[in-house]
Design a protein around this ligand. Sequence first.
Ligand code: ADP
Ligand code: MG
Ligand code: MG
Length: 212
Amino acid sequence: MSEITAANLISMFAEIAKAMAESKAHLCELDGVIGDADHGIAMDLGFSTVATNLAAPDITAADPTTVFNTAAKSFLNAVGASSGPLYATAFMRAGASVKGKTVLTASDFADAFIAMAKGIQDRGKAEIGDKTMIDAWVPAAEAVESAKTQGASLAEILDKAGKAAEAGAEATKAMIASKGRSARLGERAIGHIDPGAASTAILIRAMGKGLG
Ligand code: ADP
Ligand code: MG
Ligand code: MG
């Protein structure tokens, strides 16, 4: 896809909602080991609410910024867990980054993606190595940046981002958490993937599918 419209973004969020519904049990299982077992519920509820709210006729006719802002508000209202404000900030920042544009190029979408990662980092203050979703989002954003610089297509950009997020999620296995609920576990968190990093990889793969 070389031009992304509001309708394409709505399809993308629908694809993310589908992927989170399918991964709900798996993500709750991961969170059950090092957290409070609700991450799958949070992501499923958050994105199903986003998809429902984006199906309203006035949104279908809107611009990309409105789609991202609606997603942000819907996610924040639906999700009480710590992922709620993190993803709400991500989508608000994505909306701000494409303000005034009715159609997005691959490069515009790359900028929105990078803004999402930055928003999560600004909001949650986690760094690489803290065993959070940042361990998937930051390498994914770096992959997006370098693919964008090389003039890659949107499909290539998101494929590289997906691979980087998967590797980043896998790397959280070896980490001790210093942010979020699992921080209290100390070394007992070693050997287990961070659920937020796992869902990030799923989300980015679904983005690729939804915009493919
Ligand atoms: P809660 O821990 O409130 O139940 P969730 O289960 O929905 O929330 O999300 C847990 C995930 O949130 C963790 O696996 C981690 O990836 C992410 N997370 C927690 N705190 C932060 C933070 N400060 N910055 C980035 N990600 C975080
Ligand atoms: Mg949880
Ligand atoms: Mg919780």
